[in-house]
Design a protein around this ligand. Structure first.
Ligand code: UDP
Length: 235
């Protein structure tokens, strides 16, 4: 039996609890949704359940393709048992289609397909609004070593290749996504956090309908319906 003991951390969308086993945590998926660095806030019915299930499915797909992740098993509709990691203070972003901050900051129309895949690092720091950095900044800030960054980039690009193909089969365009990595006691680097419509841009392949958090950021319609469409397609 794995039970929640102490609340270790409460984030915007999840709570992290300790368990009786030192090297394991329980992640609880909340219904809360925030955007623009916490300025816009809401609670979306069933969002936590949907993201718990979507993330479980995608982590299992990745594991089946040889990606090492923190995911151990789903406990119930809101909770997962995961390995306890020391998280790199990095947001790793991969983009296949230009959208969001890249479209805005560089004046490129959203939806433009670049000739290359774009890999970005951001410093995970709310106070400084998660600024875009490069690998030299990351090393200077002591966030990771060059060797670790190299490994993380290779795994992130492999994750992109895997997810792009499986989502495309369900008529979903993987526009971009954010992932996080952490290190366990053995020094292994594993994929951590979640992969869900909160952390990806997912567009319907035919209509470009937004099936992700942009529904909330930009008031484009029901968040629950959009996330449910993703779950139904990938299930
Ligand atoms: N993203 C995220 N958490 C963040 C910032 C970005 O999950 O704190 C995701 C976002 O949902 C999108 C991708 O990373 O899928 C790229 O986000 P972008 O840099 O365009 O920022 P945004 O305009 O979404 O703030």
């Amino acid at each position: 039996m794995n039970e929640k003991l102490e609340l270790l951390y409460e984030g915007k969308a999840k709570k992290i609890y300790s368990t009786a086993e030192e090297d394991k945590i329980i992640i609880y998926y909340k219904d809360d949704l925030t955007a623009f660095n916490g300025v816009k806030k809401s609670s979306i019915q069933n969002k936590g359940k949907l993201n718990n299930e979507i993330s479980e499915i995608l982590f299992k797909v990745l594991e089946n393709h040889g990606i090492k992740t923190h995911f151990i098993r789903k406990i119930n509709n809101r909770e997962q048992l995961c390995q306890k990691l020391t998280i790199f203070k990095l947001e790793v972003i991969v983009r296949n289609v230009i959208a969001g901050s890249m479209a805005k900051n560089l004046g490129i129309p959203e939806g433009t397909i670049p000739p290359n895949v774009i890999y970005e690092l951001c410093y995970k720091n709310d106070e400084y609004k998660d600024p875009l950095i490069n690998e030299h900044h990351a090393v200077a800030l002591n966030l990771a070593t060059y060797k670790e960054l190299d490994y993380i980039m290779n795994v992130a690009l492999k994750i992109n290749d895997i997810l792009k193909i499986i989502l495309d089969k369900e008529s979903i365009r993987l526009v971009d996504f954010k992932i996080e990595f952490g290190k366990n006691e053995l020094g292994e680097i594993l994929l951590a956090d979640e992969i869900s419509p909160d952390t990806c841009r997912l567009w319907d392949k035919q209509t470009n309908e937004r099936l992700d958090k942009d529904c909330f950021r930009r008031d484009l319609g029901s968040v629950e319906e959009a996330y449910l469409k993703i779950l139904k397609r990938i299930k």
